[in-house]
Design a protein around this ligand. Structure first.
Ligand SMILES: [Zn+2]
Length: 567
């Protein structure tokens, strides 16, 4: 599980059942009848999951840091497990998909200089501003780039909202507010789903959109409440090595530099421009807001040390018997943090047992259960991705260079950090009711006698923080479901205690280790649901789509309009 800028979202704790709009499957879709689904009831092997978790989380696997000397051993083990589970190699006869990455470390950063009206102002790197480049280049120099305040920096065609309307960003630097216009709402109502985080509120989106607009650079205004973390987190995340997937253009389609400024820095810059940050922030919340050229320029720069390396995704497949050219995905990341800062006991290996040896164990158990059940109508792809902890890079690489075309990929399920605990009464759909997948989820819960609860801390944007997101943002509907802490025995008091103990003591720590005393009941419940959701999709003709107002609908519709024999 990745936490570049945010803490682990605690498991859902809410006990109230959410009131949702009625969603029905589109006409002409066919799900297998209930009696067929019951026949396909999976045998999820607990001994297999224990063995895979114990092995991958043992010190012999050194915490599974990608692109280190231990990687071949990890890959060999996963391939052996996939073979034993009955999978076939999934990448044109090969098990591996190489993932070329680039590590860029900046040095010799200059101050940020703002000029144009009155005396020039300078701001120090680290304490006032931070920046990095997505481009593979020895030196980044932003010189006299005109500043434009672009509000929240959102271009959402499905909402008729474009903060960049009428401005040409070429050569310019965008100054962007963090989060989205209705983040402070009490409810989840509003064009940007109220307090619930949308993709448009994520900092990654803002830099992507600035690049699409042709901007030279982009600076986000930090503010602790809407960002949900302090400047210290921004500072530590944006200094030191940054990791990216290698692209054919070496990042040339990205902005030359992306960064953040402290709120008082933005206030001072806007004041020099004769503007007021507070007033402009209010104006930016309204549809039809017009970007404001500030009449000022920004200059800053740094040197880049570049190191290229390669890691690998593991790809296995169970070919479908009716529609072998339609694919359902199961994914989970194999990488973890490797050697890390030793704890008080002197243990310096972050083993990543929960995060995410459990996900690879679940992936293996799902492969075995599906191959024992016999081929589904559609093909099922099992993807153990690398470099999640470095920023979802393995899934990003697969989604940008898909082995199986994304317009032929029906949807999928991602598994990240399954917490050992007794069974829970309820599950949440992380991200909320975004797509037609919600109906499948509700059917599965009803059949298992489980309840639906809303995602806890929807303002944290958990949906945008693990590997399913690399597919979702390219339009593929992906499940991210979360077991609640409301245990059948002990309720939320017991469940919260377990969840909080993991977050406080073991998350990304050397003590995230396997134990024979783990209770696997909750994980078995998860994996049974994953089986059901994946198998239902794989045995149907159903092509789920995002709801009309969803941020990923437009990209899916575009892909499907051009698709030959896919969605
Ligand atoms: Zn993690």
């Amino acid at each position: 599980m990745k936490s570049r800028l945010l803490l682990l979202a605690a498991l859902a704790l809410s006990t109230s059942v959410h009131a949702h709009a009625d969603t029905k499957l589109p006409k002409g879709t066919a799900l297998p009848p209930p009696e067929m689904r019951d026949e396909a009831k999976p045998a999820i092997s607990v001994p297999l999951m224990k063995e895979v978790t114990r092995t991958l989380a043992s010190d012999a696997f050194e915490g599974r840091a990608p692109s280190t000397s231990v990687e071949p051993k990890v890959l060999d083990y996963i391939v052996a497990q996939f073979k034993a589970a009955g999978l076939q190699p999934g990448n044109k006869g090969q098990w591996l998909q190489p993932v070329p990455t680039v590590e860029i470390t900046a040095a010799n950063e200059t101050p940020l200089t703002i000029a144009g009206k009155g005396a020039a102002q300078t701001f120090a790197f680290g304490s006032d501003y931070v920046a990095a480049s997505y481009r593979v280049t020895p030196q980044t120099r932003i010189k006299d780039s005109e500043l434009v305040f672009v509000g929240y920096g959102i271009n959402a065609p499905e909402l008729g909202w474009n903060d960049y309307a009428g401005v040409d960003m070429k050569g310019k630097t965008a100054v962007i507010l963090v989060n989205d216009p209705d983040y402070a709402a009490e409810t989840e109502e509003g064009p940007f789903k109220g307090r619930r985080m949308t993709y448009y509120g994520r900092w990654t989106y803002k830099f992507e959109e600035a690049a699409r607009q042709g901007a030279t650079a982009a600076l986000i205004v930090h503010d602790t409440f809407p960002a949900a973390y302090g400047w210290n987190v921004v500072n530590s995340s944006w200094t030191g090595a940054q990791y990216y997937v290698q692209t054919p253009d070496d990042g040339a389609s990205q902005t030359a530099a992306n960064g953040w400024v402290q709120k008082p820095v933005a206030e001072a810059i806007l004041k020099a421009a004769g503007q007021d940050l507070a007033a402009l922030s209010v104006a930016a919340k309204r549809k039809g807001f017009k970007a404001v050229p500030l009449g000022l320029t920004a200059s800053f720069g740094f040197d880049n040390q570049v190191r290229k390396s390669v890691s690998n995704n593991v790809v296995g497949i169970l070919p479908g018997k009716v529609h072998p050219d339609q694919y359902v995905l199961y994914s989970g990341h194999w990488d973890h943090l490797g050697h890390c800062t030793p704890d008080a006991s002197g243990d310096g290996i972050c083993n990543g047992a929960v995060d995410n040896a459990t996900g690879i164990a679940a992936l293996t158990a799902l492969a075995k259960a599906n191959s024992e059940a016999g081929p589904a109508a559609r093909s099922q792809v099992f993807l153990a991705v690398t470099l999640e902890e470095s920023g979802l890079l393995g899934s990003e690489y697969y989604a940008a260079n898909p082995v199986y075309p994304l317009d032929h990929t029906v949807g999928g399920v991602n598994m990240d950090a399954l917490l050992p605990a007794p069974r829970s009464r309820s599950y949440a759909m992380v991200g909320g009711d975004k797509s037609d997948l919600t109906s499948l989820f509700r059917d599965a819960l009803a059949d298992e006698g489980l309840r639906e609860v809303p995602e806890d801390h929807s303002e944290r944007g958990g949906y945008y923080r693990s590997d399913h997101f690399s597919f979702a943002k390219r339009g593929v509907p992906m499940f991210n479901i979360e077991r609640s802490t409301d245990l059948f025995e002990g309720g939320t008091a017991a469940g919260d205690a377990l969840s909080e103990e993991y977050t406080a003591k073991h998350y990304h720590a050397p003590s995230d280790e396997y134990s024979d005393s783990w209770n696997w009941d909750g994980i078995v419940e998860d994996v049974s649901l994953f089986y059901r959701l994946g198998r239902d999709l794989a045995d149907s003709d159903f092509w789920p789509n995002w709801h009309k107002d969803d941020e990923f609908r437009a990209v899916r519709d575009k892909a499907c309009a051009a698709s030959q024999g896919g969605c």
